[in-house]
Design a protein around this ligand. Structure first.
Ligand SMILES: Cc1cc2nc3c(=O)[nH]c(=O)nc-3n(C[C@H](O)[C@H](O)[C@H](O)COP(=O)(O)OP(=O)(O)OC[C@H]3O[C@@H](n4cnc5c(N)ncnc54)[C@H](O)[C@@H]3O)c2cc1C
Length: 400
């Protein structure tokens, strides 16, 4: 099997890039390697967990988003062999290419929290980071009878860094509406050190936190769940070293640790050292591999200090496609540059949203001519209706 351009992953990044490449040059032979027969609009999973949309609204057949004229190889990549311009599939076959786009998303390491795989989905333990579990999350939030509600975020990079707090805001509102808030405590335990990386947004979130009476605990990384005793065990990082902190829970929403997919980590294309070790080594501007110039990275897998979001992909995909085509034409330099744009629509309740948009430098890059650091109803409507419409009808078709 040989294609001029091979794309690993038919998620947000892979499909957007395939559609753009096919539009730019319909004669180019492009293949997408994707094992799943379903495509997910994952930003909806926060709203599924908050009881606002049904999970089915986030799912479509993969065949319905695969651009016509692009070959779908329904298989899983097991190894990268960039020295041979090849990838090895789970079935043992090889696919060769002239250029490769690596867009397999990230890997959720459920097993890195002891007891989590067994506990998930029962006894008050839930997570919106999975299609089925997002629905279970809503069942648990609406059935919560009061007590300790604990929400976590890991010390690793995650997709949509705001989602762990968004689901807490929606849950807290539900507790209030259900009359159980007064007999509850709501805590956020995060492996991170700040409420949000962008200072204007951090200030806005501080107000939400104070209004809702939420208790934040920084530098606490979830390591173990003991379902029998309903205890969550955190590793607290202090200046004097690590300390174990055990917390009782009645509801525990877990944002699991995440990393680059194993086949990327184990390949020569991964960063070999530094804080982003294991993620795909790319130039942060051109998104070209720093190891093999005929390889480009796109989406959650890249080793860059940006926010891993679908919104980032909307800005990255045109850069990758422009640069890949320039590379094919042997242009002396690559014209496209990604500035680290990411966006996090921070739902703070039903009908309320802070639209955070920012770049590599954590500078605000607002799309609208008003103070986006304020909670707004129109921005909520954008998340609920506008962005999904744009995703399915424009972005995945290479039009936005
Ligand atoms: C709960 C939640 C809330 C979010 N909220 C937002 C939000 O509000 N706004 C926003 O912009 N983003 C949000 N995101 C993030 C957004 O969904 C991701 O950043 C985006 O989907 C990443 O696109 P991707 O193409 O890199 O990966 P994905 O879309 O995850 O696609 C990766 C694809 O690669 C395939 N794949 C994996 N391994 C292999 C392999 N070995 N071989 C071949 N194919 C493989 C997978 O099956 C998958 O189809 C959210 C995500 C979650 C989970």
């Amino acid at each position: 099997m040989h294609h001029q351009v091979v794309i690993i992953g038919g998620g947000s990044g892979g499909i957007t890039a395939a559609a753009r490449l096919h539009r730019a040059d319909p004669k180019l032979s492009v293949a997408v390697i994707e094992p799943s027969d379903k495509h997910y609009y994952q930003p909806f999973w926060t709203l599924v967990g908050g009881g606002i949309v049904p999970k089915e609204a986030s799912e479509r057949p993969e065949a319905s988003v695969m651009p016509k004229g692009v070959t779908w190889i329904r298989n899983r990549v097991e190894a990268l062999e960039p020295e041979r311009n090849a990838v090895r599939l789970a079935t043992g076959e090889k696919v060769t290419y002239e250029q490769l786009i690596v867009a397999p998303g990230l890997q959720i390491d459920w097993g890195k929290v002891k007891g989590l795989p067994e506990a998930l989905g029962q006894g008050g333990v839930c997570s919106i980071y999975d299609y089925q579990q997002a629905e279970r999350t809503w069942d648990m939030i609406r059935g919560f009878q009061g007590g300790q509600a604990i929400f976590t975020a890991p010390a690793t990079p995650v997709k949509c860094g705001g989602a762990p707090q968004k689901i807490m805001f929606l849950a807290e509102e539900t507790f209030e509406q259900n009359g159980v808030r007064a007999r509850s405590e709501v805590h956020f335990y995060t492996g991170g050190a700040v409420i949000f990386g962008v200072k204007e947004i951090a200030a806005a979130l501080e107000k939400v936190k104070a209004r809702k009476g939420l208790q934040y605990h920084y530098k606490h990384d979830l390591r173990e769940i003991r379902p029998q005793t309903r205890e969550a065990v955190f590793c607290r990082m202090t200046d004097d070293g690590m300390q174990e902190v055990v917390v009782k829970y009645d509801l525990l929403h877990v944002t699991p640790p995440m990393s680059a997919p194993d086949f990327v980590k184990e390949s020569p294309l991964a960063l070999q050292e530094g804080p982003l070790k294991g993620w795909l080594a790319v130039d942060h501007g051109t998104l070209q591999s720093t190891v093999y110039p005929n390889v480009f990275g796109l989406g959650d897998v890249i080793g860059a200090p940006n926010a891993k979001t679908g919104a980032a992909i909307r800005k990255q995909a045109p850069v990758v496609v422009e640069n890949l085509l320039a590379y094919r034409r042997h242009q002396p330099s690559l014209p496209g540059t990604y500035d680290g744009y990411g966006s996090c629509p921070l739902v703070t309740g039903r009908g309320k949203l802070i639209l955070a948009e920012f770049n590599y430098k954590n500078e605000m890059t607002p799309s609208f001519p008003f103070d986006q650091a304020k909670e707004r109803y129109d921005m909520y409507l954008l998340k609920r209706y506008g962005l999904p419409f744009m995703y399915w009808n424009m972005m995945l078709k290479g039009l936005a």
